[in-house]
Design a protein around this ligand. Structure first.
Ligand code: GDP
Length: 834
């Protein structure tokens, strides 16, 4: 086939096409076979000259010897020649025939086309007529007459249309689409000017309709649907709209924020109308945007409904939170948490008490670890021990509003005395205002020195009875089983003093101590009942989960029917795994439980999304000033050395006036840890780091919980900040901005410079002009400036995160691999009281 139409036929389909091969050749002798399809019938149409070529082309045969060489292998030149001769002979005849065929075909095609158009036009007219008829039928008044007209018109159209169709000169199928439109236009014009009988009826009908409903000549172009809508609207306006509104005045539950579409939904109004109403009130919003309650209230009133303001948290109202009457209260066992420094024997003590009491009391009783257990003292007092020693559990429970602990047993090893975590435990207990009992452990050891412990504790304001204070102290040995009964008695005595009471006859409330997904049993939570009685079959919500009590299992692995105040039980039948510290509430229906759980899940999601929400110094003080009850400003202080920690605490305690007093919840030496963050969160306090930094888990935890950490390197700055904050005067502040961190990988000695740190910038950027600090184990050991910042051999001004560089401090040499260089800049920020 010829090259000129070599591309065109690609992809032509249908009976008129057939496949052929073209071998394309490129430079350097490369060739390529291309399968093409040619269309037989179309080719004749253009010029007669091209017709021959086209007719020949149909067979896909080569037209020039030049192309012969490109034929597939196996066809010789001689054969090619023969073929060509035969071809040229046949060609003339063929082209004649083809032309003839084409002409016939064309005529037939035209005929077909015309007929199809006619049929289509007829069909369309009919359809339109029908639709119009239907639309008219909807109108009660005129329906009869109009539908008659439509029938007439339909008939007329059917009769008149074929005549009106001008024989179209164009027949290319592609053009058949616009053709009817043009025909219609022509048609309309001719009808307007000529005004034939049948069409007059039709026109008058149409115009009447248009005038009546669409109100203009544009009506003809409008879709039937649009017309129907208009009719509908008109009818509604005439009779329906107002009536409907008067009929149903709704009570619209309005939370603090509401999405426009939901507002419309609650009013049972159309979203579009609500959006329009909002626009008229100057609020340009879409249906998916939220508006505040005040705006929504305006809209609700505008639509004639009643506003019922609710807060989202109202779903929680179904939880029975009525204060119990004094006469309903009955004594309950105390809940005890054991705290203390690592290795001082917390676990051993818990085990010793359990082994001594549970096994003795219940012959063959199997103890099961469910996070808590109960023991009975010799004098008959029931005590509940939380089986999760340590501070994290204690603070996280407290932070989640589930303060279950009544008494803290502070374990101090007699051979070791007071250690950092002992102090931490003391501060946790004090912050939670929970009384303490000191268990001086390991008295079996020869090195034991209980009096040293007592004296040590005195320095931390824990005055034990032996030192004429009011904190009970008991000497014990978890290992030798000494003093356990005395300890239990001391606890029972303390509990008596506390007069712990709860009403067992009410819907149960409890706190989750532990929860896990058990392979066989599904989600299981150990719940400590705080008040009321939890029974099998109770429906409850717990944190973001809910469920129905399928079974209750006590700390001895026995199934029980119910659990009263201070009893720990494993609860089966949850829909998901709650978190330790979540509060369990029994509610009446499963729908309520589900609703509350969903509300909480959403609220938690929103809280997580709200970045930076939490306890900042400013917020705290604003709160302190607003709320008359908050007279204390709690803070947590960590410092590099004991001396600075003490100095800070002393300075802090001097700060304060009649309104606000600073209370140091905890002060310690070393990096800021997760435990510090936990304590700060539980008490709503900021953490001050003096020449120390938060370690990575603490930093993450602080970010998550929104606890503010402030770093200082000058005591005066810290004191000044707290002082000005406490007095409510927030002046301009020089704030440090950390711009980067670099990890020292290696240390080199370079002549002329001294010791150079080979570093990897792990975060942000390292800047030559910025201030730098050297951190070792999260403690600041040097602060200064850089002498050099090198990238390979060159001195540079900046090195980005992920790159390696060389750094040397100005007049400071003690750098070691593993140290971290903190790069910071100072900026002045004008603080506001917002
Ligand atoms: P925890 O980290 O506070 O839970 O401490 P553990 O209960 O794990 O105890 C730490 C170590 O102290 C273990 O090796 C115990 O065997 C040991 N220990 C605990 N109580 C006593 C005790 O009363 N006497 C002696 N000699 N060793 C004890």
């Amino acid at each position: 086939m010829s090259d000129n139409d070599g591309k065109k036929p690609l992809g032509v389909r249908g009976a008129g096409s057939r496949p052929g091969n073209v071998k394309q050749s490129f430079s350097h002798g490369r060739t390529k076979n291309v399968v093409v399809e040619t269309k037989r019938k179309r080719v004749v149409v253009p010029k007669p000259g091209a017709g021959a070529a086209g007719a020949a082309g149909e067979a896909g045969k080569p037209m020039s010897p030049g192309t012969a060489s490109k034929r597939p292998a196996g066809i010789t030149d001689a054969e090619m020649e023969r073929r060509m001769k035969a071809l040229s002979a046949a060609k003339a005849r063929e082209s004649e025939e083809a032309a003839q065929r084409e002409a016939d075909e064309k005529a037939r095609e035209e005929e077909r086309l015309r007929r199809r158009e006619e049929a289509e036009a007829k069909e369309r007219e009919q359809r339109e007529a029908e639709e119009r008829a239907r639309a008219k039928a909807a109108e009660d008044e005129r329906s009869k007459r109009v539908s008659e007209q439509a029938a007439i018109k339909a008939a007329a159209a059917a009769a008149a249309e074929p005549d009106a169709v001008p024989a179209p000169a164009r027949q290319a199928p592609a053009k058949s689409a616009p053709a009817p439109r043009k025909r219609e236009d022509d048609d309309q014009q001719s009808r307007r000017s000529k005004g034939r009988g049948g069409e007059d009826v039709r026109r008058s009908g149409k115009l009447t309709l248009n005038q009546a409903l669409a109100g203009g000549e544009g009506g003809r172009q409008k879709s039937m649907a649009a017309m129907k809508r208009k009719q509908e609207r008109a009818r509604q306006k005439a009779m329906g709209g107002v009536q409907e509104r008067e009929k149903v005045v709704r009570d619209v539950q309005l939370p603090e924020v509401i999405v426009v579409s939901e507002l419309a939904n609650r009013m049972a109004e159309r979203v579009g109308d609500v959006v329009k109403a909002l626009m008229q009130n100057g609020m340009m919003v879409t249906q998916n945007q939220s508006i505040d309650a005040d705006t929504a209230e305006l809209i609700i009133e505008e639509f004639g409904h009643r506003v019922v303001r609710v807060s989202d948290s109202d779903v929680e109202d179904v939880i029975d939170s009525v204060e119990d009457k004094a006469e309903d209260l009955q004594p309950r066992p105390p809940v005890i948490t054991i705290m203390g420094h690592v290795d001082h024997g917390k676990t051993s003590l818990l085990d010793a008490i359990r082994d001594a009491k549970v096994v003795a009391g219940e012959a063959g009783g199997i103890t099961q670890h469910i996070g808590a257990y109960q023991v009975t003292t010799d004098s008959g007092a029931l005590l509940t021990f939380l089986d999760t020693p340590g501070h994290a559990a204690f603070t996280s429970m407290r932070a989640r509003g589930a303060q279950v602990t009544d008494i803290v047993v502070l374990v101090v090893a007699a051979d070791d005395a007071v250690m950092p975590q002992t102090i931490e435990a003391i501060n946790h207990a004090k912050a939670a205002k929970v009384p303490m009992i000191v268990a001086i452990n390991k008295i079996d050891l020869p090195a034991a020195d209980p009096d040293k412990v007592r004296a040590d504790l005195l320095r931390h304001e824990v005055i034990v009875e032996a030192m004429s204070g009011d904190v009970q102290d008991v000497e014990v040995s978890a290992k030798a089983g000494l003093g356990l009964d005395e300890l239990l008695d001391a606890i029972a005595l303390q509990a008596e003093i506390l007069e712990l009471r709860a009403n067992p006859n009410r819907a149960a409330e409890g706190a989750v101590i532990e929860a896990q997904l058990d392979v066989g049993r599904g989600p299981v939570a150990t719940v400590l009942v705080k008040k009321g009685t939890l029974r099998q079959g109770d429906i409850f919500v717990v944190g973001e989960q809910f469920g129905k009590v399928r079974a209750l299992i006590n700390d001895r692995g026995e199934r029980v029917a119910e659990a009263g105040p201070s009893a720990p039980v494993e609860v089966l039948g949850l829909n998901g795994t709650p978190e330790a510290g979540d509060v369990l509430n029994v509610v009446e229906t499963e729908a309520q439980a589900r609703e509350i759980a969903e509300y909480r899940a959403n609220a938690a999601k929103e809280k997580r999304a709200a970045v930076g929400a939490g306890t900042s110094l400013e917020q705290l003080l604003a709160k302190a000033r607003e709320d008359e009850n908050v007279k204390e400003m709690p803070i947590v202080v960590k410092a590099d050395v004991q001396g600075s920690a003490e100095a800070i605490v002393q300075a802090m305690e001097k700060i304060g006036n009649d309104e606000v007093r600073v209370r140091v919840l905890h002060s310690g030496v070393g990096a800021i840890t997760e435990s510090d963050i936990g304590l700060a969160e539980a008490s709503g306090a900021p953490v001050f780091g003096f020449n120390v930094r938060a370690n990575a888990p603490a930093r993450n935890s602080a970010n998550q919980k929104g606890v503010e950490i402030r770093y200082y390197s000058v005591i005066y700055d810290l004191v000044d900040d707290v002082k000005s904050a406490a007095s409510g005067l927030l002046g301009a502040e020089i704030r440090e901005k950390f711009i980067g961190y670099a990890q020292i990988k290696e240390v080199f000695k370079v002549t002329g410079i001294g010791r150079v740190a080979g570093c990897l910038v792990t975060e942000g950027v390292a800047r030559r002009s910025a201030g730098v600090r050297l951190l070792r184990d999260d403690v600041v050991i040097h602060e200064g400036t850089l002498k050099t910042l090198k990238r390979f051999k060159d001195e540079v001004t900046e090195v980005q995160s992920g790159q390696e560089c060389g750094m040397a401090f100005e007049s400071y040499d003690d750098i070691r691999p593993g140290d971290v260089i903190e790069i910071f800049e100072r900026e002045e920020v004008t603080r506001t009281l917002a």
